[in-house]
Write a protein that binds this ligand. Structure first.
Ligand SMILES: Nc1ncnc2c1ncn2[C@@H]1O[C@H](COP(=O)(O)OP(=O)(O)OP(=O)(O)O)[C@@H](O)[C@H]1O
Ligand SMILES: [Mg+2]
Length: 396
């Protein structure tokens, strides 16, 4: 075995890891306290509390950008509700629509919390969603269940499958009485409301709660708390924590990004056999995350989008539509792929802009009309690495 491998195992055996509780940096970890979210937690608790006296709580929508604590706050409040409740007809369920990936599986996962009778259980496939909703409603009615369903990433469900199921649920109070079902929807996309049937919208958003992005100060406090649980005392230097907070707060205050940075910085420090995490570990973690993000975004792109992205990357400090089209056309010849029209290229640039890979903004050239200023928003190295995985780009 190589010396490196031996060294890794030797260090692990000696317990020289800087981690004390690695799991506390995982996405599913439920911290003891959620600073800066006391207001939202209380408000959700107030809205749900009628259920403890047997009344149906209002439906509720939680909104906010990614990493603002929506999921963790909802799970925490739900857990406390479950722990407080003494009624056994109270059911609290949590389902993430994106994780389940289909409407059917989302429903089936919810149904699992309801303990359906044997002959009504939901098979892996085969039923219509209407039938699944029917079985769920029947079970809630039969047992007089007081149910709360937290539907996380509800925007994904609506975007991919429409709002039919939500419509059924928000209209089903008669079918469920004397039981009931309250919905807590969570979304990081405000626009998803625009696609909802107005009746679904008004019912679903009886109450709404916004989760603002964290400030850099807040991120720092959150990281400090987490570092105390995750690492040996003083393994994470204040400088490193500040840097994680500043980097994660630079776009919008995203606690997930902050914690991911800290975890990966910890892994870097560990791999390098350091005693603690310093700034350089955080910087390495950040570029690793950038490479991973770019990799993931690029890998699934069609070849034409990749070609356009590559053409953009050939220009230092940005380019314009005409120049880019020329470079793109030459590249297509080199790659042996079809050359799309300027119009199609323009459309694809828009898509790449949405993905945050390029910036393509319209600038006026006075009487000579308008053009686009186009520039790469990602590191060129990360791009080259991601493209090198596609055999089409295997040219010297
Ligand atoms: N106030 C807080 N205190 C401690 N940790 C927090 C706090 N807010 C968020 N976190 C942590 O930050 C990470 C992201 O939070 P969470 O998953 O709740 O974000 P989200 O708003 O659901 O984002 P998304 O919209 O992307 O799903 C989690 O690891 C969570 O534990
Ligand atoms: Mg979430």
């Amino acid at each position: 075995m190589s010396d490196d491998v031996k060294e890794i195992f030797r260090r692990a055996k000696e317990g020289k890891s800087i981690f004390v509780d690695r799991d506390s940096l995982n996405p599913n970890f439920l911290p003891d306290s959620l600073p800066f979210r006391e207001g939202q937690s209380k408000e959700i608790a107030e809205i749900l509390s009628p259920i403890l006296l047997g009344s149906k709580p209002s439906n509720l929508l939680l909104y906010g950008k990614t990493g603002t604590g929506k999921t963790v706050v909802a799970r925490k409040v739900l857990k406390t509700l479950k722990d407080t409740a003494e009624r056994n007809n109270l059911v609290v369920a949590y389902v993430n629509a994106r994780t389940e990936s289909t409407e059917y599986r989302t429903l089936a996962e919810f149904a699992r919390s309801l303990d359906l009778p044997k002959d009504e259980q939901i098979p892996f496939t085969g039923l219509s969603t209407g039938e699944v909703v029917e079985r769920i409603s029947r079970q809630i009615k039969r047992n007089g269940m007081h149910a709360v369903l937290v539907l996380d990433e509800i925007d994904y469900l609506v975007r991919e499958f429409g709002d039919g199921v939500l419509y059924e649920f928000t209209r089903s109070s008669e079918r469920m009485a004397p039981g009931f079902l309250s919905l807590v929807g969570i979304s990081n996309d405000l626009k998803f409301k625009e696609g909802l049937d107005p009746r679904v919208l008004s019912s679903l958003s009886e109450e709404e709660l916004v989760f603002p992005p964290y400030t850099v100060e807040e991120l720092r406090a959150i990281l400090n708390e987490r570092a105390k649980v995750a690492f040996r005392p003083s393994a994470a230097s204040p400088g490193a924590i500040n840097l994680c907070a500043a980097m994660a707060g630079s776009e919008h205050g995203d606690a997930r990004r902050a914690i991911d940075l800290l975890r990966i910085a910890g892994e870097v420090a560990e791999r390098e056999g350091r005693k603690g995490i310093d700034d350089s570990c955080v910087r390495q973690a950040s570029s690793k995350m950038e490479v991973d993000r770019v990799d993931e975004a690029i890998r699934s792109l069609p070849v034409q989008n990749k070609a356009i992205l590559y053409a953009v990357s050939r220009f230092d400090g940005g380019t314009n539509t005409g120049e880019l089209y020329l470079a793109y056309s030459n590249l297509c010849k080199k790659l042996g792929i079809e050359t799309l029209t300027q119009r199609r290229v323009s459309g694809i640039l828009g898509d790449l802009d949405l993905l945050g890979l390029v910036e393509a903004s319209v600038v006026s050239k006075g009487r000579r009309g308008r053009t686009k200023k186009i520039q790469l928003l990602i590191g060129r190295e990360a791009l080259t690495k991601a493209l090198s995985e596609d055999p089409a780009f295997d040219f010297p």
